[in-house]
Design a protein around this ligand. Sequence first.
Ligand code: ZN
Length: 424
Amino acid sequence: MESAMIERIHAAAEVLRPRMEAFLSDFLKIDTENPPGRNYEKCVSFLGEKMRSLGCEVEYVEVPEEALDSLPEESKGFPRYIVVGTYKGTRERPAIHFSGHYDVVPAGGGWTVDPYGGLIADGKIFGRGASDMKSGIAAQIFALETLQHAGIPLKGSFVSSAVPDEETGGQPGMGYLVRSGRLTKENTDYCIITEPLDPDMICLGHRGTLWFTLTLKGVQSHGSMPSEGLNPIEGMRTLLERIDRRIRPQLERVSMYPVSPERSRKSTLCITTIQAGSKVNTIPDTCSASFDWRLIPEQSVEWAKGEILSICDELVREGVILEYAYTPIVEADPTMVDEDQPLVDALKTCGKAVLGKEMGINFSPGMDDQRFAVHEGGLRAAVVYGPGRLALAHKSDEHIAVDDLVKGVEIMAAVAAELLGTEE
Ligand SMILES: [Zn+2]
């Protein structure tokens, strides 16, 4: 990337700075809390209109009923929408696709400002979603506007999409965008998910997630004659002991991937809910518990599931429980792509040129929409880069520094110019 090009992008972004602030502020005023998934239609219209004003071909996709199975009860009746804006340069390919999720987690308490007020103060923009991740969507759209303002004509296609429901697993959002064929290796050369993994970091992947419920079945009996029954709470205790003895030592393995924060460089397995019993003098017939297991890139869902189910099978064989049911909630393998590829090289060079320092490489401790593009869309050139800061996500008084937003726009614009090529 030539420094003259970086200078032009920087100058254009500075001119557009007030417009970026106002746009993100208005975007944050649209309360898109998920669950349940409010104001989605209004939100995609807001984004689509902006894309159209930049000359994009805009497609609004209402996610069909059959793709909404995974929606929680409280979200039923709230329609899901995706918006895709395609701006064609002088040629169709290469194509870069930027994508972000526009749903936000509920604001919750502890705010000193209105979470949906769009306040701009002290060089920051406040609101639920300011970091995670309406700033990312704003930045991807303004990257295109910046290139146009700078008079830099692109050779390939610049695609920008916004999806719902990442905060509840992503199936109707990015999952559907990929499965409907709108983001696959056939039509896309490069993909950047604009999640907040810090403005100076390129995120190559994330840990895997295995969320499940185990329901252990026993036999009900009077509390005075426990030998007439089979207590599934005791069964759960045995299960937890065997998890400690057999699985936990294997979780001591430290990943070779730079997952951050560093404490997340190992697999973590937590029991998060437990339910059993309704009366003091009755042995209950079921005990169920849910588990949140995060897997380092060296581990797989298949392995983890095998470990837990083999213990459950053993408990049935030994007569500790009568039977059990495993109910998956999320089964997502770890995701990682190569550092050595043109997309990452472009982010490194452009990031350094804009920020004046080396970009870092990391892996996210949680999961995000990147996995759909990689595992189901078949894209190896799919990474996460966004202007927001991870530490501010899901917090009260969430905000983004306007400087971070503008720098993010400049980096995305420069990366698009670098990878798509320019007509000059
Ligand atoms: Zn997010």
